[in-house]
Design a binder for this molecule. Structure first.
Ligand code: SAJ
Length: 419
């Protein structure tokens, strides 16, 4: 690329901002990366990249060696991408937009006529055209006459970040029906997926309904699992057969839904109105799966009081080290309250806050009454009953992800239950 290429400032260097900044830099753009976290900026300058995906880590390191410049304050640039978090405040039943507002204020300080601002953070519909716009206009510049303002959600699947940033389709929406071509041209220069255009609020809404749809589908799968138990039939076999229908695609039951997206994003749609009851019910069903697993365990053991249990997997899903909203930690808390001795093990997680409880798989099984397979780490598919028979004092196994061959484990002498 030539030096006439636009410059880009990425605001927020977390799970999405940092990889996005690296992809842009490695595509030939000069990219400024700003994050309010001083410690993170220091680490990044020392090429200490706090990401778990190894290919991505190397990719970011390469960008830091070249065109990705970590800056101590927002830098003026042709494009500003806002990739900061939007946590949900459960007590207030409201999305916390303070990071987005603060980032927009920082952008406004360096904004020039002709610049473009794109929000990527997941936000409630209308945020870009109202809150973000008003912060920008407070600086004296008008949207869209002076500044082009748009929204383009990221849709990457944690665990496969680099591929999905580069290959997923994208939606680009603008405020006030402004032309989308400038933003489309930027994304088109580094992604291979299709780009669809809309207004900013539609783009915000689409992101949320994608995640709400998946959450509802998983809730349905979880409900199917509970019903199948009532009828004493196999949930997974039934779902697999149902999915042979050309218009049916039920997801997989499990111990509940974790991560920083599906348990939270649907609430952005339900807050402030009474319409989407299904979305709320799905949240309740999925959050309730941890209690359901606890009940299965309690029934299998007779009583939980004074027992010891190994929880296999702490991450919220297989193949990642992320423990945010993890069903495993929620189950661990519930069991703690029932005076169960809990041992946690996970081949991916090294989290300071739970390190003192984390042990190896063998140690976790040592002398326990039961083991619960909570996270679908691929390694767990290769587990064999012999290790469990040797190490455990009891024989109860709860396989919440149906990863173990029920016949084989039962024939080996273990009392195995699947969700
Ligand atoms: N899960 C099930 N059963 C399933 C699938 C998932 O119980 O059949 C559970 C997982 O174990 C996990 C949770 O759901 O606890 C969420 O995992 P996930 O892999 O479904 O999704 P996330 O949260 O890792 O990423 C989602 C993705 N959204 C969609 O697929 C619609 C991703 O594309 C988004 O970019 C991401 O949210 C985000 O950042 O919003």
């Amino acid at each position: 690329m030539t030096n006439n290429e636009p410059t880009i400032c990425v605001h927020g260097l977390g799970y999405i901002g940092l990889p996005t900044a690296a992809v842009l830099a490695n595509s030939g753009y000069d990219v400024y990366g700003f994050d309010i976290n001083t410690e993170l900026r220091k680490k990044l300058r020392n090429k200490d990249v706090p990401l778990d995906e190894q290919d991505l880590k190397r990719f970011v390191e390469r960008a830091l060696d070249d065109r990705l410049h970590i800056v101590d304050s927002a830098e003026s640039a042709d494009f500003h991408l806002i990739c900061v978090p939007t946590p949900y405040n459960k007590d207030l039943d409201k999305t916390d937009l303070s990071y987005v507002e603060n980032a927009t204020e920082a952008v406004s300080d360096v904004l020039r006529v002709g610049d473009t601002v794109v929000v990527e953070s997941t936000v409630p519909p209308g945020t870009t055209s109202q809150r973000v716009r008003s912060v920008i206009e407070d600086s004296g510049l008008l949207v869209p006459n002076d500044v082009l303002l748009g929204y383009s959600p990221e849709t990457v699947l944690p665990g496969n970040t680099l591929t999905e940033i580069r290959e997923n389709d994208r939606i680009v929406g603008t405020v006030d029906d402004a032309p989308t071509d400038r933003i489309v041209a930027l994304y088109d220069s580094f992604i291979s997926g299709d780009i669809r255009t809309a207004d900013a609020t539609t783009a915000e809404f689409v992101k949320l309904i994608q995640n709400a749809y998946r959450d509802v589908n998983i809730a349905f799968a979880n409900e199917v699992a509970k019903l199948a138990r009532e009828f004493e039939i196999n949930s997974r076999g039934s779902i697999s057969m149902a999915n042979n229908h050309p218009r049916v695609e039920i997801l997989r039951p499990g111990p509940g839904v974790g991560g920083h997206c599906l348990p939270i994003d649907p609430l952005f749609l339900t807050q402030g109105n009474d319409i989407p009851m299904l979305i709320e019910t799905a949240r309740t069903i999925n959050d309730g799966m941890v209690e359901y697993v606890e009940q299965l365990l309690s029934a299998a053991l007779g009583s939980l009081e004074g027992t010891s249990v190994a929880l296999l997997g702490v991450a919220y899903k297989g193949g990642v080290a992320d423990t945010r909203e993890s069903p495993s930690l929620a189950l661990s808390d519930r069991l703690d309250h029932r005076n169960v001795e809990v041992k946690l093990t996970d081949p991916y997680v090294a989290d300071d806050r739970i390190d003192h409880q984390l042990v190896s798989l063998g140690e976790s099984l040592d002398g326990v009454d039961a083991a619960v397979l909570v996270t679908d780490h691929p390694e767990y598919g290769a587990l064999s009953p012999e290790l469990f028979l040797e190490q455990m004092a009891g024989d109860v196994i709860i396989d919440t992800r149906a990863m173990l061959d029920q016949d084989r484990w039962q024939t080996a002498g273990l009392d195995l239950y699947q969700v």
